[in-house]
Design a binder for this molecule. Structure first.
Ligand code: F6P
Length: 534
C-alpha cells in the first residue's frame, strides 16, 4: 500500500494544486461536514486516486475493527495492558461501556455528578475557604493534567463566570511563585491534578502550595482537592476523600480533560457549559464510529496528515488558529499527537517502515504572519498548514475586526496554494518603475513558489460544544494515524529515560554526590552551575 502511495505521489508531486480546481466540484468533493463544522482539504494535492490509496491504508490496517475495539473497552494499550476509554467520560447518554465484564458508566456518571456538585458549591459559595468565598482556583499539574484544562480555560474565557483560574505546571519555582503572589491563601482552592500522584514536578509544587497555605490558614489541607487514580496517595497527602475525584487507568493523561482533570475548567465555566463541551466530544465520537471513511472527518484529517508526512516527507505541520483563544491548542496538540504517535516501533516491536507522527507546532494568526510565515511561504521546506477559523468571535461589537481576521486566514491559504510566478513578480517590479538587472534581481525575491498545501477547519463560533468537537476530532485523528502505523498511541515510554536521569542528577546538582559516572559534558555543566550558585 505504501509503495502504491509513493508511486502515486511521484506522478502528481509537481502538479499545481490550483490545477485541481479546474474541476468545479473540487471544493465540495474534498470537504467534509460534521454538524456545523466544515473541514476543507481541497487545497492539498490529494486527488481521487490518492484518496483511494489512502483509504486503502485504513482497510489494510483494519482501522474500523481497531476503532470498534477501542470503543468496546478492549485492552488496545497493549504495553500497559489497559483499555482506552476516554470516550466513556463523554458518553453522557450512550448506554453501557463494558470493561472486564463491568459497566463503567455508573461510576463515570457518579463522578461527574460529584464534580458538578463540588463545582456548583464553590461557584455559589456554599463551599468556601477559611477566609471566605473562593476567589481563586489553582490547578497544579503537568502534561495531560495541565494542558487540556488550561487550553480549554483560555478557549472558553467568554464563558468564564466562576473564580479566577490559574495553572501551575513547571517545576521551575518561577511558575508557582508568580501565581501564589497573585492569590490570597485564605480564599484560594488548590487542585492537585496528577493521574499517578507521583509526578516530580507536580508533587514539588503541591508541597510548596501547602506550605504557603499553612502559613495563613489553620487547616491547609481543607483548601486542597485532588484529581487522581491513586486514592491512597491523595489520602497520604492529607486530602479528604470528599474532595478527591478519581478516575481509572483507562483514561490516558493526554486524553483526560473530559473527566476529573477538567475540574478547574468546570469550576470556571460552570457544569452546564462543561456538559456542552462533553456533548461536543460525544457528537464527534458518534460521527467517527458511523461515517464512511470518505465522509469521516477524523479519518480524513488523519489521511491528509499521513499523505503529507509519511508519503510526501514533510516532517512538520503548522496548526494555525485564526481564533486567538485557541492560542494553547498547538501546545495541547504537541502532547496529544507527539506523545501518542512519536514511536519508533510497531505494536509487535518491529521498527516502523515509515516515519512516525509529525512535529506539530503553531501560533495563532495573525501573529504568526508577522513572525514565521515568511519561511512557510518562501523557505525551502514545505510545511503543510492547518488553519482553524470561526465565522464569529465573542465580541459582537467588534465583528468588523473579526472579519479582518477571517480575510487574513483565507488569504494565507490562498497565497500558499497560488504563489506568485516570476512573470508576475517582474510585472510587479516593472509597475514600480524598475527595469533591467535591478528588475531581475528584485523580482526573484518576490517569487512565491506556491503549491503549498493547507486544510481549513471552519465553524460558526468557539463555544463549549464546538471545542468538544474539535478536541475529539484531533483525538481520533491521532487514533487513526496510530492504527495505520500499527503503533501503540497510548503509552509514553519515551519520557522515562529523562525522568530517571533527572533523579540521578538531582543529588549531583545539590552537591550531595559527585559527578562520577557522568560524561564530561554533563559533569562539566553540573560543575559550572554549582560554581555559579546552583
Ligand atoms: O510526560 C509523561 C506524563 O506521564 C504524561 O503522559 C502525563 O500527562 C504527565 O506525565 C503527567 O502525569 P500525571 O498526571 O501522572 O502527573
Amino acid at each position: 500500500m505504501w509503495d502504491d502511495l509513493k508511486r502515486h505521489h511521484q506522478t502528481v508531486k509537481d502538479r499545481p494544486i490550483l490545477s485541481l480546481f479546474d474541476d468545479p466540484g473540487r471544493a465540495e468533493s474534498f470537504s467534509v461536514r460534521v454538524g456545523d463544522l466544515l473541514l476543507d482539504y481541497s487545497k492539498t494535492n490529494i486527488d481521487r486516486d490518492g484518496l483511494r490509496h489512502l483509504t486503502g491504508l485504513l482497510d489494510a490496517a483494519g482501522v474500523a475493527a481497531k476503532r470498534d475495539a477501542m470503543f468496546a473497552g478492549a485492552r488496545i494499550n497493549e504495553t500497559e495492558g489497559r483499555a482506552v476509554l476516554h470516550t466513556a467520560l463523554r458518553n453522557l447518554d450512550g448506554g453501557p461501556v463494558i470493561v472486564d465484564g463491568q459497566d463503567v458508566m455508573p461510576g463515570v456518571l457518579d463522578t461527574l455528578q460529584r464534580m458538578e456538585a463540588f463545582a456548583t458549591a464553590i461557584r455559589e459559595g456554599q463551599e468556601a475557604g477559611q477566609g471566605g468565598r473562593y476567589t481563586d482556583v489553582i490547578n497544579i499539574g503537568i502534561g495531560g493534567s495541565d494542558l487540556g484544562p488550561k487550553m480549554g480555560a483560555i478557549a472558553l474565557a467568554p464563558y468564564h463566570d466562576g473564580p479566577r483560574t490559574h495553572f501551575v505546571s513547571n517545576v521551575d519555582p518561577a511558575d508557582i511563585a508568580d501565581v501564589l503572589r497573585a492569590c490570597d491563601p485564605a480564599t484560594t482552592l488548590v487542585i492537585v491534578a496528577s493521574k499517578t500522584f507521583t509526578t516530580q514536578e507536580t508533587m514539588a509544587n503541591a508541597r510548596t502550595a501547602k506550605a504557603w497555605m499553612s502559613q495563613s490558614v489553620p487547616d491547609a489541607a481543607r483548601q486542597f482537592a485532588a484529581l487522581s487514580t491513586d486514592l491512597a496517595k491523595t489520602g497520604a497527602f492529607g486530602i479528604d476523600p470528599s474532595r478527591v475525584f478519581g478516575f481509572e487507568d483507562w483514561v490516558g493523561g493526554r486524553y483526560s480533560m473530559w473527566g476529573p482533570i477538567g475540574l478547574s475548567l468546570m469550576i470556571a465555566i460552570g457544569p452546564e457549559a462543561f456538559r456542552a463541551f462533553l456533548r461536543g466530544g460525544q457528537a464527534m465520537d458518534l460521527h467517527f464510529r458511523s461515517a464512511e471513511w470518505h465522509e469521516n472527518m477524523p479519518a480524513l484529517l488523519a489521511l491528509v496528515g499521513i499523505w503529507h508526512n509519511q508519503v510526501c516527507d514533510h516532517a512538520t505541520r503548522a496548526v494555525l488558529p485564526y481564533d486567538n483563544r485557541l492560542m494553547r491548542l498547538p501546545a495541547y496538540l504537541q502532547q496529544l499527537e507527539m506523545e501518542s504517535n512519536g514511536k519508533r516501533v510497531s505494536m509487535d516491536g518491529a521498527p516502523l517502515a515509515v516515519h512516525s507522527g509529525s512535529v506539530v507546532w503553531g501560533e495563532p494568526g495573525t501573529n504568526g504572519q508577522h513572525a514565521f510565515y515568511q519561511l512557510i511561504h518562501q523557505g525551502t521546506r514545505v510545511i503543510p498548514c492547518e488553519f482553524l477559523v470561526a465565522a464569529r468571535g465573542s465580541e459582537d461589537d467588534l465583528h468588523h475586526q473579526h472579519q479582518l481576521l477571517i480575510a487574513n486566514g483565507l488569504a494565507q491559504s490562498e497565497a500558499l496554494m497560488r504563489g506568485r510566478t516570476m512573470d508576475e513578480a517582474r510585472a510587479l517590479m516593472a509597475a514600480k518603475g524598475l527595469s533591467g538587472d535591478e528588475l531581475e534581481r528584485q523580482a526573484s525575491h518576490r517569487v512565491f513558489p506556491g503549491n503549498r498545501p493547507s486544510t481549513t477547519l471552519a465553524y460558526p463560533r468557539l463555544d463549549p460544544f464546538t471545542l468538544g468537537q474539535i478536541v475529539a476530532l484531533y483525538e481520533h485523528r491521532v487514533f487513526v494515524e496510530g492504527a495505520v502505523l500499527g503503533i501503540n498511541s497510548y503509552d509514553q515510554w519515551g519520557v522515562e529515560l529523562g525522568k530517571e536521569l533527572a533523579n540521578t542528577l538531582a543529588p549531583m546538582v545539590t552537591g550531595e554526590q559527585g559527578t562520577s559516572g557522568k560524561d564530561a559534558s554533563t559533569a562539566g555543566l553540573v560543575e559550572f552551575l554549582r560554581a555559579n550558585g546552583a
